[in-house]
Write a new protein. Structure first.
Length: 350
């Protein structure tokens, strides 16, 4: 991300304390996302999957296909919330995708051993955010029956716990999920072929993917109506790459960090850009434990309802600290640096 010159110069100054008014605005308006008004218990989210027609395709992976009937036909939602290790299904695909869920809690299989210890409430908060992002709020004077199918390509790294929330959100919305193999995920041409073959309507990926696709010679991806990007890279080239690939698409970019399930902050795609925290999340910019005023760079600390209690195996446990402004609450020191603009936009250094 390109840092504005007049902001960058502030980093060399001694961090002043915010005024009383600034402190009230930061803690009361900017740092904490609003409580999600439509949060459904996770068991309800899973129940939505049972209501989708059983013949609809739930997921595709490396030539395998699983329908909603196969995926949810024998699934007890309550058992899933309590942490069942696999989703019952006659196909190996469902068990493979179920690793997303188990990995977000304890770490498993190809995801490594650094999962997050999270409860159903954290998953429900993250899924509520993902469902909101997927909803296309543009006015469409089109018969709903004529709209294109909702097909989502999940191209984040396999070890990213956000995959858990994306899968549950997609399945509770009746969408088809396309999961690339790790080889396909690393190959822009292979990803473009998946988009074309399955008429993908939404892509969830690292922020650099549109640039990689454009540089590899991909011209247009006309079926993509939404780009849901994650990361701090790309700079000014990223919006241009998205416009070239999908001129009519809606695009958002999100900041997330280890120890938190899903996005922490989200905003419209632009060269400089984060908006405020997503519902249920919290961001504090601190300098040696002190709140910094707008325009001053600080260390990014995150908290909220989807923050992992600790890493399984005790990894990086020392980065969890107490919240100096909320007794009993915990924060995670991300290792990133950032600042608030005077309008309350959160900017993260790349």
């Amino acid at each position: 991300m390109t840092v504005v010159d007049d902001i960058r110069g502030i980093d060399s100054l001694v961090a002043a304390s915010p005024t009383a008014g600034e402190r009230e605005r930061i803690l009361g308006e900017w740092a904490t996302g609003v409580e999600p008004y439509d949060l459904s218990p996770l068991v309800t989210v899973i129940r939505h999957g049972h209501m989708v027609p059983g013949t609809r395709v739930a997921a595709r992976y490396d030539g395998e296909v699983v329908s909603y009937g196969e995926l949810f036909g024998r699934l007890d939602g309550i058992d899933a919330v309590r942490g069942s290790s696999a989703l019952p299904s006659p196909t190996g695909l469902a068990a493979l995708l179920a690793e997303f869920v188990t990995a977000s809690r304890v770490g498993a299989g190809r995801f490594g051993c650094a999962g997050l210890l999270l409860g159903a409430d954290a998953l429900a908060v993250a899924v509520a955010d993902r469902r909101g992002v997927a909803a296309d709020r543009r006015l469409r004077r089109v018969d709903p029956a004529m709209r294109p199918a909702d097909v989502r390509l999940l191209a984040l790294p396999w070890g990213d716990p956000q995959n858990t929330a994306d899968l549950l959100a997609a399945w509770s919305s009746g969408a088809t999920v396309v999961v690339p193999t790790e080889t396909q995920r690393r190959d822009p041409a292979a990803l473009a072929a998946l988009v074309e073959t399955h008429a993908v309507s939404q892509i969830v990926a690292e922020a650099e993917l549109p640039i990689r696709l454009a540089e590899s010679g991909v011209d247009r991806l006309p079926t993509v109506a939404r780009w849901d990007l994650v990361g701090t890279g790309g700079g000014s080239a990223l919006p241009e790459a998205v416009r070239r690939l999908s001129p009519d698409a809606v695009a958002t970019v999100a900041y997330h960090a280890s120890a938190y399930l899903g996005a922490v902050a989200r905003g419209p795609l632009a060269a400089t850009a984060w908006t405020r925290p997503v519902p249920g999340a919290k961001v504090l910019l601190l300098d040696e434990g002190r709140l910094v005023p707008p325009g001053v760079v600080g260390d990014v600390h995150i908290g909220g309802r989807a923050l992992g209690a600790e890493f399984a195996g005790g990894l990086e446990r020392e980065r969890f600290v107490g919240d100096p402004y909320e007794p009993g609450a915990r924060l995670f020191r991300t290792g990133h640096r950032g600042w608030w603009t005077s309008e309350g936009r959160l900017i993260i250094e790349s």
